[in-house]
Design a protein around this ligand. Structure first.
Ligand code: ATP
Ligand code: MG
Length: 315
């Protein structure tokens, strides 16, 4: 059941977030509420991760602000409505946003090789059709970050990796180039900021839409649901993949599920978009309950990430 919020009408529940529109019928803005639900391999798992909605919202808001210029870079327009007051029932988990005309492309940027990228590279030497040097290992840094878009399938269908020319067909050549360049720019800025705080931003996914003709960053941004974050010190000193990729994201949940659910795919066999959304191969049946220990560890790691990233430090 979606939470009742005076003045707002619930219109949609995604796997993780609930969307509301104003009760007065205005359709140019929405209230996006992040829940504590966690999804992996396209399933919402039980129980949720206490505090997750709040932690993700804190991270999104912090990064929107950085990208609006607080990090010293140029302003990236985002969908937040300036000065809008989030209802107190969801004050820590909600964002009031302009309704965008969303583009049907998930803009994935990878700076490191892992997950579905690693699986594809192991088989073909490429990631989403982009050739990479020989001899890379799981978790290695790429020579340069790459843009690996996915088609944002209509509700209920799986996202699919697409090539750059398919992206051009979907949104036009100019828009596709703009999406690629802006995604790579944002990744570079965020990667640098994260690095200064001891964290590796391995890969991430952005969603853009159009507002008054302007390309605008929507959805959540640089959260631990939409990104892979690793401990930089562990990555530098680790020797095994699991030591190197000590993650601050829901890889903990994916790994547990992969090891404890017959229907889950093997950890490294995930497809591209599941890096970001938890979407993967088709699975059937009901996933097992997450043990309390996995839930607690995930909450603790999400919290640790928020503390590291948003800490005020001299730069
Ligand atoms: P699904 O809808 O398949 O469950 P999901 O799990 O990604 O996808 P959520 O992330 O929970 O869904 O819900 C957020 C939805 O709102 C996404 O479909 C996202 O593209 C959309 N969205 C985000 N920001 C905006 C915006 N400013 N205007 C319009 N739609 C938006
Ligand atoms: Mg989503």
């Amino acid at each position: 059941m979606t939470q009742a919020i005076p003045g707002w009408r619930a219109v949609y529940s995604g796997k993780v977030r609930d969307l509301y529109v104003p009760e007065d019928g205005a359709d140019d803005r929405m209230l996006v509420v992040a829940s504590d639900r966690v999804s992996a391999f396209d399933h919402v798992l039980e129980p949720g991760i206490p505090g997750k909605g709040e932690l993700l919202t804190t991270l999104s808001l912090w990064w929107f602000d950085q990208l609006a210029g607080a990090d010293g870079g140029r302003r990236v327009a985002n969908h937040l409505v300036d000065g809008a007051v989030v209802p107190e029932e969801v004050s820590t988990r909600g964002m009031i946003v302009h309704r965008l005309e969303m583009l049907p492309v998930e803009c994935v940027v990878r700076g490191y090789l892992t997950g579905s990228g690693w699986a594809e590279y192991s088989a073909t030497g490429t990631v989403c059709g982009i050739s990479l040097p020989d001899g890379l290992s799981n978790g290695d840094r790429l020579p340069a970050p790459i843009f690996t878009p996915a088609y944002k399938a209509p509700l209920g269908e799986h996202d699919e990796n697409i090539t750059f020319s398919q992206t051009e067909e979907l949104v036009g050549a100019d828009r596709a180039a703009q999406l690629r360049d802006l995604s790579l720019e944002i990744y570079a800025r965020a990667e640098k900021t994260a690095r200064s705080r001891g964290v590796i931003l391995a890969d991430t996914k952005f969603e853009f839409g159009i507002l008054d003709g302007e390309l605008t960053l929507g959805d959540e941004v640089l959260t631990s649901d939409s990104s892979r974050y690793w401990d930089a010190a562990a990555w530098a000193s680790g020797t095994t993949p699991s030591e190197r990729m000590a993650s601050f994201d829901k890889q903990i949940v994916r790994d547990w599920l992969a090891a404890n659910w017959a229907h889950a795919p093997g950890g490294s066999a995930q497809r591209a978009s599941d890096a970001q959304s938890g979407r993967g191969e088709d699975k059937t049946g009901t996933p097992p309950q997450l043990p309390a220990e996995i839930v607690a560890r995930t909450t603790a790691r999400y919290r640790e990430l928020v503390d590291l990233i948003t800490a005020t430090i001299d730069r």
